[in-house]
Design a protein. Sequence first.
Length: 387
Amino acid sequence: MVKLLELVKSHDEFKNQTPSPPPAHTVPPPMSWDSPSEVAAVFEPGTAEATEIYDRVMDQVSQLFEAAAMDTISPGRLRTETAKTEEVAAELARAPHEGEALLVKALGTYPEGKGFVVPHSANVAILAAYVGLYLRLGEDRLTDTCLAGLTHDIGNVKLSSGLLYKEGPPNPQEWSELHNRPEYSREILDSLGDRYRAVAEITHQVYERLDGSGYPRGIEGKQILLEARILGAVDFFETVVHSRPYKHTSAGSVSYGLQTLIGMADQFGPDVLKALVRSVGLFPVGTYVHLSTGEIALVLRGSRVNPMRPMVEVVFDQKKRRSETRRQIDLVASPHLYVSRPLSIPDLVELQLVEAPQVANDEAVGEAVTGDESGAGFSTDTTRAPE
């Protein structure tokens, strides 16, 4: 956690720079896990709208991937669905100005029945919108970044049948094919003409790394677009936060994702990592933390003045009994109190804030999208090969 704060405070590029104004917001809801009704009573007016946007984004990504899988049969549909996806991307680019409700959705539990790749693509685009705004990307660049986030894994539809379903690590030949996904994604977008050339290049670079360790070309440094670095970082972060066997997220899993990224500044750049930490927060809205008093609290709002001191609401007392009163604490204004640690999934299970997860086979891999051997089939409930 100290390393996270050092990153936030030390990056030279941002010293003496006024950050983008924080979005207006009030108290957001808990994450989308099954939490007690009394905790779920915390409410933000923008929540219903955010849920509507989130569902619309996922529906559109599903339509787009289906169109890509069937492109040889109905080539006109891919162009139509891509244009619709661009409209959704423009909406996501504006979302950070409306508050943090959509960010809460992106950090929450995957919706039932949506598989992995659809919510993953939606979450990557949403996270990129908040990070890109912090980094002052203009509206057009931010829209292209969101569109690239929604389409960066579209190349999965060209992979061999069954590859993404395979349990266990891929063999060298299969890894080679998996590393061609960015090539496939670029080919699909390039086929749509000049309008999507820039987006195609961003998607092609999402898995590249500043130190040259990425793929498919192994380019490095300034050869990699800022938009691609943003998407590479949030793609990695989103995957870690929602990793198996736990499909719930927590302050602990988010903190672990951020801590993991801190050691990868040479791959994504300290500017992008700082923006991600500032955008998500060390203790994201809607997650639970353990206070220095021994109480358990729900994070209501982050602090841009001091990321270590969010606004919280106490939900359990020192003896882990439900708090009868909703005592809200601004930790910035309460220097004698502090967050001692974020809560992990086992902590939340013990407190009955989430159900005990079903532990998956360690060899199992996430879910993704692929077509059948003809390229015409489509599924959103498959398995995803390791990154």
